[in-house]
Design a binder for this molecule. Structure first.
Ligand SMILES: Cc1cc2nc3c(=O)[nH]c(=O)nc-3n(C[C@H](O)[C@H](O)[C@H](O)COP(=O)(O)OP(=O)(O)OC[C@H]3O[C@@H](n4cnc5c(N)ncnc54)[C@H](O)[C@@H]3O)c2cc1C
Length: 397
């Protein structure tokens, strides 16, 4: 019998397999897709996540693919005026022991997979989709639909759901928990940096705050590409989250034109320079209210399955990586029965991730503010500068 079965081979599942495997814990990871295929968008990782990747030895291989932004520059999307600036680069290394990184998701995913293969304690099973599970006093038994549509069954001591925002594990074990539609959409494009005007080829991360929209951009793939994300509010509320699921090119163009209408011309020109957009309808869940929302009996959740959040703090994957490290640490409490180990994991995680979920919601209001709230926000950034933009509670953890 395996110690622990992991459901889902995204960043959360792979990080958990890696952390467990490096601690010498044999595990099996099941992914529903027949091939690994991480979506081609960028991702920012705070020093809180990067320190854990470094501890797992993933960092040397990633160095060429990652980009270390020198600073975060925040601007008013309407007139282009600078509102604030947070030095990152070496300043973050000195303060937090690791840099802030921007990456292409596929690069991060590939390096996590390589590291999982290297330790040899994880058996990876592709094309397996979780259907059901039930537990008894000694074990948990799970049923899967295999690659030839056959039903297969496995028994383990525990099951960890890292199966993302539409988690089957959560649906089965926490049936009353519901996803919340935000009405926000994230549009993402990748632009070759060498084709861009010099103003867009700097080594900073950019954040532009507008009326009911914000724009984020940063280099990825060692600086070869610019990842550009436009986050807008729309009256079209999506039914389910997912890339490309509900937006035609015409709807995308309409949403972007409408949202950017009042923005300064350099920002409009940058957005118009791409026609290849992918859309993600943004959903989250209410912040966790107790450890019981994250682990029950022989089942524990990791990553978006546990704490789906809006991407307005850029920490969903970061929290999944932190979860992975803590789950592996608690799993080694051999003095405790399995359910208590998982409860210890949830106890040490739920308040932190609830705070991050709540702050991400608050940022949605602040980033997209209009009127007096926008004026207060801009005033605070101008006068508080790096002091109001830095987050030691988040990055120093
Ligand atoms: C626009 C946008 C920007 C973002 N930017 C950032 C950022 O800058 N920084 C950051 O840290 N986070 C960011 N995030 C959040 C981050 O992408 C997620 O938090 C993270 O990818 C979650 O990883 P996960 O492994 O928990 O879930 P997923 O990546 O969704 O992986 C779940 C896996 O489980 C598999 N699966 C699902 N159901 C089953 C089943 N029944 N059986 C077997 N397998 C199954 C799926 O196929 C998938 O491979 C962003 C999110 C969005 C939408």
């Amino acid at each position: 019998m395996q110690d622990i079965l992991l459901v889902g081979g995204g960043i959360g599942g792979l990080a958990t397999a890696l952390a467990l495997g490096q601690a010498g814990v044999a595990n099996q990871l099941f992914e529903q897709s027949a091939v690994f295929d991480e979506v081609g968008a960028g991702i920012g990782l705070g020093p809180n996540a990067v320190r854990r990747l470094q501890a797992w030895g993933v960092w040397p291989g990633l160095q060429d693919k990652a980009f270390v932004p020198s600073q975060l520059v925040v601007r008013d999307a309407q007139n282009g005026a600078q509102l604030g600036c947070l030095p990152m680069g070496q300043a973050f290394v000195q303060r937090y022991g690791a840099p802030y990184l921007t990456l292409h998701r596929a690069d991060l995913h590939q390096h996590l997979r390589d590291a999982v293969h290297a330790h040899g304690n994880t058996s990876l099973k592709l094309g397996h989709c979780l259907q059901h599970f039930h537990s008894d006093a000694a074990s948990i038994t799970s049923q899967w639909q295999g690659p030839e549509q056959q039903v297969v069954e496995y028994t383990s001591l525990a099951l960890s759901g890292a199966d993302g925002i539409n988690s089957k594990v959560r649906e089965l074990a926490w049936p009353s928990s519901k996803l919340q539609a935000s009405g926000h959409w994230a549009y993402r494009a990748l632009l070759p940096r060498h084709d861009l005007p010099a103003a867009w080829r700097g080594d900073a991360m950019g954040l532009w705050l507008g009326h009911r929209l914000h724009v984020v951009h940063y280099p990825v793939r060692g600086g070869e590409w610019l990842n550009l994300v436009v986050l807008v509010e729309s009256s079209d509320v999506a039914q389910t989250p997912g890339w490309d699921s509900q937006r035609t090119p015409a709807q995308t163009a309409q949403d972007l034109n409408h949202a950017l209408a009042g923005c300064c011309s350099p920002l409009q020109e940058l957005v118009r320079s791409s026609e290849a957009w992918r859309a993600w309808a943004l959903f989250d869940r209410h912040p966790l209210r107790s450890a019981k929302d994250m682990a029950q009996g022989r089942v524990a959740l990791v990553g978006d399955a546990a704490h789906a959040m809006l991407p307005y703090l850029a920490q969903g994957a970061g929290m999944a990586i932190e979860d992975a490290q803590m789950l592996a640490q608690c799993w080694q409490r051999h003095d405790l029965p399995v359910a208590e180990r998982l409860q210890a994991y949830a106890q040490s995680r739920w308040q932190r991730v609830a705070k991050v979920q709540a702050r991400a919601r608050r940022n949605a209001q602040l980033f997209h503010a209009t009127g007096a709230l926008a004026q207060c926000r801009n005033w605070g950034m101008r006068w508080g500068g790096a002091w109001v933009m830095d987050m030691p509670w988040l990055y120093g953890h």
